[in-house]
Design a binder for this molecule. Structure first.
Ligand code: 3PY
Length: 291
């Protein structure tokens, strides 16, 4: 890095590819103007909501991401959060390690996910992997998506399509968010939607914090409009210390670790290297992002 900063101007002329973390601040106009030989931006992960694609494409730069490499690990974190919330794993852990052993006998009970209804909002690659896992837990599966999946896909996981998201919200014991962040999905879940959920339901977010109106979520949790939330993503990340969501017992939060497995990260790296080599050599790029 120091070497780069020392020779920034010379090196900037040579840079043909940059690597970016999904969700982290995107490529600015200043940066694009400086990197005059840039051919490709390789994004690690599926989310490209942090990039101004119109601006990047105007510079003739190609964009690539790794949508296939993160699906299983992100679906796993969704299941982990759902189970941890339902079985109150974090509270249990606090009791198990508490110096005061008199609380060791718990005075609360968890909830089984077997037989419960899971509503998946966003049935793309990640949502579908969640459904595959939920089927093994004998959950009833509802889903809402822009487009209905084909019958074979639905039957393979026993998922029932809800054309209206409201129908899913009203029936689900667990609502899992797995959509891309777009202007259409920003604050998709707000006060009205939370109000449609059962008071016994849990919201799980594994996509982007901005998909939920966080103030409305906080209120819904404080007033017990819904039972609990389990979030791998928030807005901002991390939440400022002392944020009210961090104080609630019915919330568990992980630090955006959907793709944080050694397997997923290795596959993401391999795919990005492959895409960068292809792009700098003017060849077709796997997972190229288009308009
Ligand atoms: O790949 C992404 O965009 C993720 O956020 C994975 O959690």
């Amino acid at each position: 890095m120091q070497e780069y900063l020392k020779n920034k101007h010379v090196l900037n002329e040579k840079i043909q590819a940059i690597f970016m973390w999904a969700g982290k601040p995107g490529a600015t106009r200043d940066l694009l103007e400086e990197l005059r030989n840039l051919k490709v931006i390789a994004v690690s992960g599926v989310g490209i909501d942090h990039l101004d694609l119109e601006l990047i494409f105007r510079f003739g730069i190609r964009v690539t991401n790794t949508p296939f490499e993160v699906s299983s690990s992100t679906a796993d974190i969704g299941m982990a959060l759902m189970l941890a919330s339902a079985r109150r794993v974090v509270e249990g852990y606090q009791i198990a390690i508490s110096p005061d052993t008199k609380h060791f006998n718990i005075d609360w009970l968890g909830q089984e996910i077997t037989g419960a209804t899971l509503g998946i909002i966003g049935m793309g690659r990640i949502g579908y992997k969640v459904a595959q896992r939920a089927k093994a837990f004998e959950m009833k599966i509802l889903y809402h998506n822009r487009n209905q999946r084909n019958e074979a896909d639905e039957q393979a996981v026993g998922a029932v399509y809800c054309q209206k998201m409201e129908d899913l919200l009203a029936q689900a014991d667990f609502v899992m968010l797995a959509v891309n962040l777009t202007p259409q999905t920003c604050k998709l879940i707000g006060r009205k939607e939370l109000g449609l959920m059962k008071p016994t339901a849990t919201l799980i977010n594994i996509c982007r914090g901005q998909v939920v109106d966080q103030d409305a979520l906080l209120k819904a949790l404080q007033t017990k409009t819904i039972k609990a939330a389990a979030l791998d993503v928030t807005y901002p990340e991390p939440l400022p210390r002392g944020h009210a969501l961090l104080e609630l017992k019915n919330v568990i939060i992980t630090p955006h670790i959907g793709s944080a497995t050694s397997q997923a990260r290795r596959h993401m790296m391999e795919r990005m290297v492959e895409s960068i080599l292809a792009a700098v050599n003017g060849l077709p790029v796997t997972n190229e992002v288009h308009d």
